[in-house]
Design a protein around this ligand. Structure first.
Ligand SMILES: [Zn+2]
Length: 431
């Protein structure tokens, strides 16, 4: 069925896929509706509970790319017109809860985390659906709820924080990729330090392809949210600090993994500006960070943080295009159930060879490349299908001996498969 659809799309005249998108003005107002919920369960089960609705005064996303054509992510949400059942908006994403469900703790503990999705303000009543993949990779609808945009319980809070432009290149947020930079662990007196970190972040991103060549598509703005304490929380070292994002190192007991569970709080802060993606800069020189597809990313912004700029770019690859990690080991998950050998991963830069033909990567291989491709010194800068990736030494393959999604090598940058994945995503979001 998927193959037939692909053939039909290929036969259709150019631009036909754009025409199948709903017309923005028919269905939406150019403001944001935010749906807050809780994601709960354990390794075996998964549930969702409604929290509340918010309205933000802008819509920063595309007014053309409303229904997501990609099948990226372990979660997705869909907005359907209540009267006709028509699908009018959708996005894939991943979450911290989803990662947690692969940890050893999730086998014995039931846990919930606050999560949130945003979409343009519907003109009429809609239904939201929350889906996730089961362990076989199949999509399962877990939750649905009716939403009326006329409800007076949709929260509209006035601004509490200052915001500033870091680098605004495109006047129209609809055709730009809008990034909200948020601070973590900077006190009232450290605003200058955060402003310098935000500029350094922008410079780092634009020093890598494909971001350098697509720089005019990006708007980077920051919200100034001071913390009570300076620095970051380090549970493994017994150091706790009261900070604006509430992040901590030792997430899932991995020392370098700094994350926050409170997505509702992050949205409250980012909602002060038009934005599509959230990037948090944390006031520490300690190595670390994390990035989750279409959720948020965070990393250490101290001037002496090791590989600071490379980590920005690596985590941004996860956040923007859902690129998979091309390295082996080093995480607290059950890697084998995350990337089981009998299932093709959805990430553009990883394959188990179960359905390699479905990947754009398979059509980018130079003629005569053996699959899988043996690693050898003369192949250091050649595309192939190299064993080792997705944290696993065996059974998962990566496109390049050493890409930014592998070892943070500034010299190689992103491999051509990752560059294409990033560029395609930017073009989709800026239509
Ligand atoms: Zn790559």
């Amino acid at each position: 069925m998927r193959k037939l659809l692909a053939i039909l799309l290929a036969l259709a005249p150019l631009g036909a896929t754009a025409h199948t998108q709903p017309v923005f003005d028919e269905w939406f107002e150019p403001r944001t509706m935010r749906f807050d919920y809780h994601h709960a369960g354990d390794a075996q089960s998964e549930e969702f509970y409604f929290a509340d609705l918010h309205e933000e005064p802008w819509w920063a996303g595309s007014r053309v790319s409303l229904v997501d054509g990609n099948d990226y992510g372990n979660q997705r949400f869909r907005i359907l017109d209540a009267a006709t059942g028509r699908l009018i908006y959708s996005r894939g994403y991943c979450t911290l809860w989803d990662e947690w469900s692969y940890t050893a703790e999730a086998k014995t503990v039931r846990k919930s985390m606050p999560e949130s999705v945003v979409f343009p303000m519907p003109k009429a009543d809609v239904r939201i659906e929350l889906w996730s993949r089961d362990r076989a990779g199949e999509w399962v609808k877990r939750f649905e709820q009716a939403i009326s945009p006329r409800s007076y319980f949709i929260a509209k809070y006035p601004s509490r924080y200052d915001a500033f432009d870091v680098e605004v290149n495109s006047g129209d947020p609809a055709h730009a990729l809008d990034i909200a930079v948020l601070p973590e662990g900077y006190t009232e007196h450290e605003r200058g330090k955060f402003e310098a970190a935000a500029r350094d972040f922008a410079e780092a991103i634009f020093s890598f392809e494909p971001f350098r060549e697509l720089r005019d598509r990006f708007n980077i703005r920051a919200v100034w949210v001071p913390s009570h304490d300076s620095g970051v929380t380090l549970p493994g070292a017994g150091e706790w600090r009261n900070t604006s994002a509430g992040a901590s190192f030792w997430t899932f007991d991995s020392e370098r993994y700094q994350m926050t569970e409170d997505m509702h709080n992050l949205r409250d802060q980012a909602g002060h500006i038009p934005y599509e993606l959230i990037y948090i800069l944390s006031n520490t020189d300690k190595y670390g960070g994390g990035g989750i597809y279409n959720f948020y990313a965070i990393s250490s912004a101290g001037p002496s943080a090791p590989s600071r700029r490379e980590v920005y770019v690596h985590e941004f690859g996860h956040l923007l295009a859902g690129l998979g990690d091309e390295y082996v080991g080093g995480v607290s998950y059950d890697e084998l159930s995350m990337y089981p050998p009998d299932r093709e991963p959805w990430e553009v830069n990883l394959t188990t060879l179960v359905d390699f033909e479905s990947k754009a990567w398979s059509r980018m291989l130079p003629a005569g490349t053996p699959v899988p491709t043996p690693l050898s010194p003369d192949r250091a800068d050649r595309m192939g299908v190299y064993e080792g990736g997705g944290y696993l030494e065996k059974g998962v393959y990566r496109p390049w001996p050493d890409c930014m999604m592998n070892s943070l090598s500034r010299a190689t940058g992103f491999c051509p498969v990752c560059v294409k994945g990033l560029r395609d995503r930017i073009e989709f979001l800026c239509r």
